[in-house]
Design a protein around this ligand. Structure first.
Ligand SMILES: NC(=O)c1ccc[n+]([C@@H]2O[C@H](COP(=O)([O-])OP(=O)(O)OC[C@H]3O[C@@H](n4cnc5c(N)ncnc54)[C@H](O)[C@@H]3O)[C@@H](O)[C@H]2O)c1
Length: 391
């Protein structure tokens, strides 16, 4: 018999919101999860009205606190099985902590929190409560990110020497925050975004791509957080030069003033035997460069084991894609893959079985905490005029 669909709750995501939509589609992607409840707005009347206007029936709540308390009282099967937090950064910690305390798994947007202290407290609470907790580092959900991880971590490129992980955008090149764009308004406000705008918003994605693909950590870094648009309190351009845990070096960099760049996230890994190039806006492909050989292009899903470069490819990886390569998978599919993997852990948790939540399929609370520690280190380095600081 088919299992019942998991019940999902939304915290945030009312009219005009952005990232709720990819989540909402990803939740419904496989037919095994569905949105049933939501607290969509900080104003209780608006929250209830927007739930009424939702395209399908929802249990609308006036606030996330009331939703978590009410859902926690329902029996398993009727209650929300996991909560998705899609609010601005300063409204991640409190709802996440309330969900953990209530025993409800959380899939939270990044950056995890606005301070390292809050991130530490969440990580401790998740470990104590032994509960699935995911962080929405979307791009780990691309099939080609998983292949890249397999290639680099298998040592097929030799020892990693140099990594360039970047995320370039141009949407904050002018005073977007004065043009009624709510997403810009809160991102440039330190009270709501945290200590870094560009770093917290998008360099954390580049950092996660580096860590996920290579398995390396940042040992120490030098940072420059720059503000090119006058009147802003936070950075709109973010550069770190990093020493990696294997002694290699790398850049984790991001910009929101790079006009023409949309969601130009990418990673280049240079090893002693070859290099790898992956670009999010062309994520059907992965390029491998080996000395004195033509470049190899690996398309999503269309790889052959033992082809002279790839050894046996894990069956799990080959079984994953849904549609043939070239029928482009992209952002929504990556989100769906994260929710699909999180669902497996939530089902195991609900059955009292061991679950993974180990960062191999989606970012976990420790990964989220590392992102905040990275921002914290970058800000400390900036305060010392770009001096080396330990992570
Ligand atoms: N993973 C990704 O690729 C990705 C992309 C964009 C944004 N994000 C992250 O997602 C989060 C939201 O970003 P966005 O661009 O969608 O923001 P947004 O401003 O478009 O949406 C935020 C939503 O939260 C609601 N909200 C605010 N306070 C609330 C409260 N107390 N209770 C209930 N609802 C509340 C707002 O009404 C709005 O509906 C941010 O943390 C951001 O960093 C992640």
């Amino acid at each position: 018999m088919s299992p019942r669909p998991l019940n999902v709750g939304l915290i945030g995501g009312g009219a005009g919101a952005f990232i709720v939509h990819p989540h909402e589609r990803a939740i419904h992607f496989d037919g095994t999860r569905r949105v049933v409840a939501a607290a969509l707005h900080p104003d209780s009347k608006v929250a209830l009205r927007e739930a009424e206007n939702w395209p399908y029936p929802l249990r609308g709540y006036p606030s996330y606190a009331e939703m978590i308390a009410a859902e926690a009282k329902k029996p398993v099967g009727e209650r929300v099985d996991y909560m998705v937090i899609v609010t601005p950064n300063h409204v991640h910690f409190d709802p996440a902590m309330k969900c953990i305390d209530a025993g409800i798994p959380v899939f939270c947007e990044k950056p995890l929190t606005t301070t390292l202290d809050e991130a530490d407290r969440l990580a401790v609470a998740v470990q104590r409560r032994k509960i699935p907790f995911g962080v929405a580092h979307t791009y780990l959900g691309h099939w080609t990110s998983r292949l890249a991880r397999f290639i680099v971590r298998s040592g097929l490129l030799g020892e990693v020497r140099w990594v360039d992980a970047y995320y370039l955008q141009g949407w904050l090149a002018g005073r977007t925050e004065d043009q009624g764009v709510v997403q810009a308004e809160w991102r440039v406000d330190p009270q709501r975004a945290g200590a870094s705008c560009c770093g917290g918003d998008i360099a954390t994605h580049a950092l996660m791509q580096l860590r996920y693909v290579t398995g390396l950590e940042i040992k120490r870094l030098r940072a420059h957080l720059e503000t090119f648009v006058s009147g802003r309190q936070l950075d709109d351009h973010f550069t770190t030069y990093c020493e990696l845990s294997n002694g290699g070096r790398g850049l984790v960099r991001a910009s929101q003033i790079a006009i023409g760049h949309k969601n130009d996230l990418g990673i280049e890994v240079n090893g002693t035997q070859g290099s790898l190039v992956w670009v999010q806006e062309d994520s059907e492909k992965l390029i491998i460069r080996l000395p004195n050989q033509p470049d190899r292009t690996y398309w999503r899903g269309a790889v052959t084991a033992n082809d002279g470069f790839l050894p046996d490819v894990p069956a799990e990886l080959l079984a994953e894609p849904n549609i043939p390569a070239g029928h482009a998978e992209a952002f929504h599919d990556a989100f769906a893959r994260l929710h699909r993997c999180f669902e497996q852990d939530v089902r195991a948790y609900l059955e009292g079985q061991p679950f993974h939540c180990d960062g191999s399929k989606y970012a976990n609370v420790q990964d989220g905490r590392t992102g905040i520690a990275f921002i914290d280190a970058a800000v400390r380095s900036q305060q010392k005029d770009g001096a080396w600081v330990e992570m």
